[in-house]
Design a protein around this ligand. Structure first.
Ligand code: ZN
Length: 127
């Protein structure tokens, strides 16, 4: 398996780490308040960083899910549903498996059963 966006994981991991200090600044501003007026800039920045970091945490969680539920995982988990004739659904047994691209910037495709709608596995998008 190749083409996995490692840079994105690093980026998301970095911003998730920033969520705690930025949240602390926001809480401090809300409940205690800063004496000095120049700290307004700091509060606004903390707000931005906090929003970005929350997004980063969610996208990191999605990436981890996409990566762990790969075709190799499906094959190991549902060996009787992967043969040289193709893949079938673990839930209803249908072999009508379709793929759709997920939302922007995830670079993954979802493979799902068109019979019952269950998601089977994810694969990285070919560039
Ligand atoms: Zn199915």
């Amino acid at each position: 398996m190749m083409g996995f966006p490692m840079v994105q994981i690093l980026f998301a991991g970095f911003f998730s780490l920033l969520s705690l200090p930025s949240a602390a600044i926001l809480l401090w501003a809300a409940f205690i308040g800063f004496e000095d007026r120049s700290s307004e800039f700091l509060i606004v920045m903390a707000g931005f960083v906090f929003i970005i970091s929350i997004n980063a945490i969610f996208s990191l969680r999605k990436l981890i899910k996409f990566r762990s539920k790969s075709f190799a995982w499906y094959k190991a988990e549902h060996a009787n549903h992967v043969s040289k004739n193709g893949v079938s659904c673990f839930s209803c047994g249908s072999s009508r498996i379709h793929a759709r691209a997920l939302m922007n910037h995830t670079y993954h495709r979802e493979h799902f059963c068109s019979q019952c709608g269950k998601t089977l596995y994810y694969s990285p998008e070919e560039a």
